[in-house]
Design a protein around this ligand. Structure first.
Ligand SMILES: Cc1ncc(COP(=O)(O)O)c(C=O)c1O
Length: 338
């Protein structure tokens, strides 16, 4: 009888919330035990505004981004009350949306304004924002034809991050990477990326490196990868089959300073085979929330001398300085208190 009881869930009783206020009360109770609310604001075009109550930061179940993965997203860092590289991220966001055939409900200027106003309402001065364009709610079919309007969602994530000084261990991923069409757009289908990280974590590594079907170095599951060759060249894989990282592109611009100082010989993007990459003097992850994360061990072998390299540190400083005190065109001040 015991097994039958388990099958029937024993005494387990599913609560039925007869009103939204009853449900909200229960959600508020849950959130009240959380020390610091990690998401100080959300925007939803379904709500038509910014919401500060975490209990209400939800999206509809019949949104095609939820049950079909028909959506794209992007991010931006908030540092010292400024949004870094927001326009570059927004341009990529709209390119991703176009490839995924999701029409934005607003032009870029309005999306931008919503994100800035949401960040201001959040009062968050350090963290990140994340935003999505979705085919929208409507039904549970494949085609978005029955979805009356696409949807825009955004959230502020309160996060205390800093420059990475220590190196991490990585492994080569055995999870098949996405084909170029899907890898070059930042769509919400991150299952291969999730499995790739989990596979790395299973091996005690921080994350993984993808190698494409032609044997060239591709990227990490949520960051780009860069190398310093034994000849002091900065080399990044081409962006034609991977996500063109906003941080990697900025790094390629900023690194010229090190060439001028004679510390780097050259800067290039190209097809890099595994043997060349494994012979690199230095290796690092590059991504907006990092912005540089040194890699010191790859597939149980030391990268270079196995220590965080001087050029990696110099590149990390260049990017961090740019985030903190870069050009005003790249650092949008958030109008808190307006
Ligand atoms: C697959 C993938 N590659 C690269 C990146 C790095 O891009 P960015 O520098 O714009 O953050 C990301 C960022 O999320 C990513 O998901």
């Amino acid at each position: 009888m015991a097994s039958l009881e388990v099958e029937n869930g024993g005494d387990f009783k599913v609560p039925v919330f007869s009103s939204s206020s009853e449900l909200l009360e229960s959600l508020h109770e849950k959130w009240s035990s959380v020390k610091k609310q990690p998401y100080p604001a959300m925007y939803s075009s379904v709500y038509g505004g910014v919401i500060l109550d975490p209990a209400m930061m939800v999206i509809p179940m019949d949104d095609h981004m939820v049950h079909r993965g028909h959506g794209v997203f992007d991010t931006a860092i908030i540092l010292d009350g400024h949004l870094y590289e927001l326009d570059v991220h927004l341009d990529r966001f709209l390119r991703s949306a176009s490839k995924a055939r999701v029409a934005s409900p607003f032009p870029k200027s309005i999306l931008r304004s919503i994100l800035i106003q949401m960040t201001a309402a959040s009062k968050c001065e350090k963290g990140s924002i994340r935003y999505w364009l979705s085919a929208g709610p409507g039904n549970f079919l494949l085609s978005p034809a029955g979805c009356p309007a696409s949807a825009f969602y955004a959230i502020v994530i309160d996060d205390d991050f800093s420059q990475h000084k220590e190196g991490v261990k990585v492994v080569t991923s055995t999870i098949p990477m996405k084909s170029p069409l899907f890898a070059t757009m930042k769509n919400v289908n991150y299952l291969p990326n999730v499995l790739s990280v989990m596979e790395a974590e299973d091996q005690g590594a921080f994350s993984s490196i993808w190698i494409d079907e032609e044997g060239y170095i591709a990227e990490g599951p949520n960051m780009n990868v860069a190398f310093i060759s034994q000849d002091q060249e900065l080399i990044l894989p081409c962006f034609d089959k991977i996500l063109s990282g906003c941080t990697a592109l900025r790094l390629l611009q900023l690194a010229h300073k090190l060439v001028e100082q004679g510390r780097l010989k050259s800067i290039m993007t190209g097809n890099l085979i595994v043997e060349e990459a494994k012979n690199a003097a230095e290796m690092m992850y590059v991504g907006s929330t990092l912005p540089i994360l040194p890699i010191v061990t790859w597939d149980e072998q030391p990268v270079g001398d196995g220590k965080v390299g001087e050029l990696t540190k110099a590149l990390s400083d260049l990017l961090w300085d740019d985030m903190v005190a870069g050009p005003v065109t790249l650092r949008i001040p958030v109008p808190y208190g307006k």
